[in-house]
Design a protein around this ligand. Sequence first.
Ligand SMILES: Cc1cc2nc3c(=O)[nH]c(=O)nc-3n(C[C@H](O)[C@H](O)[C@H](O)COP(=O)(O)OP(=O)(O)OC[C@H]3O[C@@H](n4cnc5c(N)ncnc54)[C@H](O)[C@@H]3O)c2cc1C
Length: 462
Amino acid sequence: MENKFFDVIIVGAGTGGTTAARFTAKKGLNVCLIDRKKREDIGDKICGDAVGNEIFDILKINHPKDEELSCHIKGAKLYSPNLKKCINLVDPKQTGYIVNRLEFGQRLLNEALDAGVNKFLDKTMVLDLLYKNGTINGVQVKLENGEKVDLRANIIIDASGFYSPLRKKVRSSLIEKDVLREDSILCYREIVKFSPKDQEVQDPEYITLILDQEKAPGGYIWYFPKNESSVNIGIGAFMDYRGKVKDLYKMNVYNEFIKTSKVDILSSGGGVVPVRRPLWSCADNGFILVGDSACQVNPLHGGGIDPSMRAGYHAANSAVHAIENNNNSINELWDYNYNVMTSFGAEFASLDLLRIVLQSLSNKDLNFGLERDLLTGEEILEISFSGELNLSLVNMAVKAFKGISNPNLLLDLNYLRIRMNEISKLYKNFPKNLNQFSNWKEKVIEIYDKIKKMIVSTKKNK
Ligand SMILES: Cc1cc2nc3c(=O)[nH]c(=O)nc-3n(C[C@H](O)[C@H](O)[C@H](O)COP(=O)(O)OP(=O)(O)OC[C@H]3O[C@@H](n4cnc5c(N)ncnc54)[C@H](O)[C@@H]3O)c2cc1C
């Protein structure tokens, strides 16, 4: 390889990495984009394939169309475990798309390359970070021919997904290396094609989600339409179900939804989604993490395409400023953390608390809570937009008077609401510089402790 020095090296050409590459290249930086996959496979990821349309307007990039677009979606339908209650989640601000993931990923890659990426290395495995005087200044890669090469850059953007080898190896007191098993969900899904004569796609304009702690412990079952003859169906469950998640899928998803034997399985496979708030810090000296590698996924539904693209954009802006100012220190890159935490980070921290509480509820509680409108569609959307639950006390009291036979659940939900608002405010006031970070972190930990204590005491009182 002739040139081994770049302004920025981006590891991973998924939705996060290609977005970071597009916006750094557009600003004229000398950019190297690397992926271990071969070029034609980039974008081919096991996924539910759903993405809202808002991100394309925000980033001013083309919306999915033609072969990239499987179908349009109006909203989501969320079912209680006994299927008696269906909550319509129709976001007035945006509708959604089901995409052909490979075509979508290929388009994002091509647009990044067209924006001026200087070097694209496919079939190249990034092995490790390189340091100079204690600061990251490059990566070691293994090329297609097996040769190991050191590539240098002022900033490394890690967008290599959940299993990021770089996060695990980074020498940092700010970035946690490991994601707890309890903060991850294991998924399995298939894209199933059948003849419209044999079976109809149900609710073709909505994605369907079913909460069920017995059939999908800790996660949910999904049924997403793709077109008139195929669906993307899957399941997410606690990581402990490792060997059994496919059996759960077969029994509780495939057998429930597929009523004909004449099918083609177009794609099948599993994957892991982080479902917690973003990493404490998504950056350090010379280093920025984007997307799944930074746990930037919506903890409630596991959607990570939109936030990885938002993060890719923020990362690109921070990298551009850092290169302009000839300073790649964490103090310079801190604005990346600030932008992530005060925007979707605040929402995700709040939803993380809700996720932890939902995972602790039984099917009985879920049926009761959803049927009794203890959490309505509007409220769920409100939390999803703002990360806050603005139920007025009057509203809560009215619900309490509806003849509730489970007052503890109501009290717990109210306690949760207060903590969600607290954490959201805390994230919106994320420290502008590193000095106040440890104080801020302690306050976040206090809120998590309160929620964990609430769950323990609820379990004891049962
Ligand atoms: C089953 C499942 C269903 C999902 N459904 C949805 C959904 O419907 N909607 C939604 O928004 N999100 C969904 N998600 C989450 C979503 O897919 C991710 O959040 C999103 O793809 C994150 O993008 P990313 O760019 O961070 O990482 P990825 O898309 O994982 O990209 C990482 C890239 O890095 C490359 N890479 C990894 N290691 C190396 C290495 N050592 N060297 C070089 N390259 C490397 C990989 O080849 C890959 O191309 C789902 C996830 C799963 C598992």
